[in-house]
Unconditional design. Structure first.
Length: 239
């Protein structure tokens, strides 16, 4: 693997300060001279590093005023956004938004999967749900999370759309972390098992609209459970 250039090293150091909260949204970035001295690099190297983060809309340069950190919602780098989320910036809002993204994409993937899913796929999905239920009974959170992630990955693959799985791949790490947090709640596990069985039943019907609806209802239940049992925002009812 090629060694990161000085520009990459400075850009990475700045990004680390941003995602850690040392340089929060709206904060002014130190000047080129200060950064150059801190990292023992030239002003040109610092300028290129800032330009790199600016191209990702992580930073903005205001002529005559300086360089400032943009809100995460404006960033154009998925990797950087995932880092910010995983290190806890606006954790509650990020958790909700992640489920909203999943609802948008996975409901469509499930609709597509209804037209492609095979008997073998259905058998594997059923085994995954059985594994989730077994893990729930034995209070094995790690096993529950693995089976849950496998279930959703199979549906993405069964959609037959190569872009769907590719889009979700960068989310795998953060999804695994989030599942490990929420799946510690027994009520959330029980709801998830029931909703997953409904999704399998809908896929067995080969009815795309029913499959989409089943996944959408699962995502709604997931969001309701997050708000109720994790964020403490509301009573355990569907949104």
């Amino acid at each position: 693997m090629a060694r990161p250039s000085l520009v990459d090293q400075v850009a990475e150091a700045l990004l680390e300060r941003i995602v850690s909260g040392d340089l929060p949204p709206g904060a002014a970035v130190p000047g080129e001279l200060d950064l150059g001295s801190q990292h023992e690099v030239s002003r040109m190297t610092v300028r290129e590093a800032i330009r790199t983060l600016g191209a990702q809309r992580i930073l903005r340069v205001e002529r005559g005023r300086g360089t400032f950190v943009n809100p995460v919602s404006q960033w154009a780098s998925l990797d950087a956004v995932l880092r910010a989320v995983s290190e806890g910036q606006d954790d509650a809002a990020a958790a909700v938004q992640l489920i909203e993204l999943r609802r948008f994409l996975e409901s469509g993937a499930c609709e597509l999967a209804a037209g492609h899913v095979t008997a073998e796929d259905l058998a594997e999905l059923t085994r995954d749900v059985d594994a989730m239920e077994s893990a729930h009974r034995s209070r094995d959170v790690a096993a529950f999370v693995r089976a849950d992630l496998r279930f959703h990955h199979r549906i993405l693959q069964a959609s037959g759309n190569v872009f769907v799985a590719v889009l979700f791949e960068p989310l795998h790490r953060i999804l695994e972390t989030r599942r490990a947090q929420t799946s510690r709640v027994p009520e959330i596990q029980a709801h998830a098992v029931a909703e997953h069985r409904k999704v399998v039943s809908a896929l067995e019907s080969a009815d795309p609209a029913r499959a989409r609806r089943a996944m959408d209802e699962h995502m709604q239940q997931t969001l309701a459970d997050l708000r109720t049992y994790v964020l403490g925002e509301r009573s355990p009812t569907r949104p």
